[in-house]
Design a protein around this ligand. Sequence first.
Ligand SMILES: *Cc1c(COP(=O)(O)O)cnc(C)c1O
Length: 392
Amino acid sequence: MKPALTPLPDPPRLLLGPGPSTMPPEIAAALSSPLVGHLDPLFLKIMDETQSLLRDLFRTSNRLTIPMSATGSGGMETCLVNLVEQGDRVVVGACGAFGARIAEGARRLGAEVFVVDAPWGTPVDPARFIAEIGARRPALAALVHAETSTGVLQPLDGIPEAARRADALLMVDCVTSLGGVPVDADGWPADALFSGSQKCLSCPPGLSPATFGERALAKIRARKTPVTSWYFDLSMLEKYWGTDRVYHHTAPISMVVALREGLALAFEEGLEARFARHARHRDALVAGVSALGLGLLVAPEHRLPMLTSVRVPDGVDDGAVRRRLLAAHAIEIGGGLGPLAGKVWRIGLMGHSSRPENVLRALSALGECLQEAGFRCDPREAAAAAEPLLRH
Ligand SMILES: *Cc1c(COP(=O)(O)O)cnc(C)c1O
């Protein structure tokens, strides 16, 4: 007898947290298409098309632009294990959980890590970061472009130039930014960038689009020691995704097909229109939560378009509201991490989740849950504040 399984939710969840985002039907269809073999000439064409679309999205001509068979953290690990050797100096900007994760990853590889931090809810000061690069002359400088744990967009002002002057590689975590705000690998320029399939590209989690420039490849070729991870060794992955197609591992075929579809959808919409849509819906959400009487963690000039951190009002139980949103309204939002636990809600409007009807649904459901929790607010006022900004 087949074991009884917990059924999946019906109606489906509306994913408005820090990722994953809600999957559009086109990607769901691509995911459930029949499998082709991973060395089938057809799949090789699918790999080529995926790489080409990824280059356009990262705005790069980097040959080594691939979806890593891993989540976003696997993309981070790939960058670190390939670009850092024991004893290397690494300067990391950390103003949230994901910057701290990079620092920890580098430490575990035996690097000498220098953290330039900033209070959660603010970006790392580019001037301080640049000064640290100048003082330490690291092998690698690393930053998070969109800090999903706080909702802050990191300005890069002058940082890429400073890294070049110091002969340091620049690595940028673009997990949440890619597909939601401009990412410009060649224009910045940055040497190693990684992302995730489940944030602004609205695919399931499982792939980490990543790109590596010539300076990064030169560092890998000049390594004194082999890369400690077999699976993430780019010198082998480069052959798998290159013209030789040397078997390395079985690509997660369905995920690659889904990612290719997600990328095609992004270009069908147009990148500028997509970035504008994320910003517009963020503005409407901000107007709505403000009308509910809620405060925001991040100053307007540093707010992410795809993730908004809203302060939990005094006397309201963060977890109880989120549980109620899920149970009664089928809406998932995120709670705070680390020092922000219990203090903020993180509302994501990423990729396919960033839609006018979702903004209104979130505001009305959150308003209702807050009223039930004894907080005085008017969900109709929130809708009235958001609606004009949603017209396009
Ligand atoms: C989600 C996220 C990650 C981690 O990605 P996983 O897919 O969860 O491994 C890393 N950095 C940032 C900025 C993220 O938002």
